[in-house]
Design a protein around this ligand. Structure first.
Ligand SMILES: Cc1ncc(COP(=O)(O)O)c(C=O)c1O
Length: 351
């Protein structure tokens, strides 16, 4: 599919609009007051989310950030420590909520190029019992690991981390904002990837194209406690069934097609390989993200590149420097990828 306005928006998979089927389902959704726990469509979505991730309960939340925050609030007590990737979203891009709102302290470990945290680094970061030390409570993983290139973590690796954490009395939270991309890319189920973790958050509003919402999944007891924390942060929604209805379509019909986005990302990377002035960080993207740097002697500065492409209907986002990320999604077709590669060649190619 392409956007009706003709724009090829590669800034993120969060720019996806709801599909026509989602809009239809939203208009006719059965609803109730979800804070009173009586919205049937939310119940249906939560049951499906729990089943798909291999957990016993799930809770609908407004965003991925809220799902991660509620997980942190529920797992940890003030002053405890959380082992995170130094390149993780929960550490870098959630407003410091872990510290500001949950009172937890981050212990960042270097993400390896494949997105993993080294087991020996995790082992070494776990605090010993000592009045001077914070108590380590949680290990957070991210799958797919966004900044490392949208790389998927394997089932085996996730199990190893969980086994280590559990053997030391820690819990594991998985930021699975793009869990289904990770599953599809590796030909495994989302449950295979999510079961080893104690809790998992995944998003409906990224590659799955729903307009709003994420799910936090875990045990029945954990989710019961998490419901209190969702209320605490103002995340109790009323007739949320209108949103959950789109989420049900997302989970029913938008998972397998993520492979199209991955194929489009591979085609985009292949096309950009021969464009002068670009160095691909992800020459063979595993999922839907293509990262590149603008390198000298590129014909254009970063802001000029953004402007020139915008004039050709292609929207991208840089970090203000020479580092760029392009994300494929439902509203970017294979033809859009060809147009994008041609436009890059046009604006950066030899004069
Ligand atoms: C890896 C990861 N985790 C969490 C989030 C947060 O999701 P939201 O934007 O719904 O708060 C994002 C958002 O892009 C993300 O990329």
């Amino acid at each position: 599919m392409s956007f009706e306005n003709g724009l090829i928006d590669l800034r993120s998979d969060t720019v996806t609009h709801p599909t026509p089927a989602m809009r239809q389902a939203m208009a006719t959704a059965d609803v109730g007051d979800d804070v009173f726990n009586d919205d049937p469509t939310v119940h249906q979505l939560e049951a499906l989310a729990a089943a798909l991730t291999g957990h016993t309960a799930a809770m609908f939340v407004a965003s991925g950030t809220m799902g991660n925050l509620i997980a942190l609030l529920t797992h940890g007590a003030r002053g405890q420590e959380v082992i995170v990737g130094s390149q993780s979203h929960i550490y870098l891009n959630e407003g410091g909520g872990m510290a500001a709102l949950a009172g937890l302290q981050a212990y960042p470990l270097p993400n390896q190029p494949d997105g993993t945290l080294r087991l020996e680094d995790i082992e070494a970061a776990i605090r010993t019992e000592d009045v001077h030390h914070p108590r380590t409570r949680l290990v957070c993983l991210e799958n797919t690991q966004n900044i490392c290139g949208g790389v998927p973590l394997s089932v085996t690796y996730t199990r190893r981390v969980a086994d280590l954490a559990h053997s030391r009395g820690l819990q594991v939270h998985l930021d699975g904002a793009r869990l289904f991309n990770a599953a599809v890319a590796q030909g495994v189920s989302a449950a295979d990837l999510a079961e080893p973790a104690d809790t998992v958050m995944f998003c409906l509003s990224k590659g799955l194209s729903a307009p709003v919402g994420s799910l936090l999944c875990g045990s029945k007891d954990f989710i019961a406690e998490a419901r209190r924390n969702r209320k605490l942060v103002g995340g109790g929604l009323r007739q949320a069934g209108v949103l959950a209805a789109a989420g049900l379509i997302a989970l029913d019909s938008m998972i397998e097609r993520l492979e199209d986005d991955h194929a489009n990302a591979r085609a985009l990377a292949a096309g950009l390989r021969s464009v002068p002035g670009l160095a691909l960080r992800t020459p063979n993207p595993a999922t839907n993200m293509v990262y590149f740097d603008l390198t000298p002697p590129a014909r254009l500065q970063s802001d000029q590149l953004v402007d020139h492409l915008r004039r050709r209907g292609i929207v991208l986002d840089g970090d203000g420097g020479s580092h760029f990320r392009l994300v494929t999604h439902y509203w970017v077709s294979a033809a859009d990828i060809e147009k994008t590669v041609a436009a890059f060649r046009d604006v950066l190619g030899p004069a």
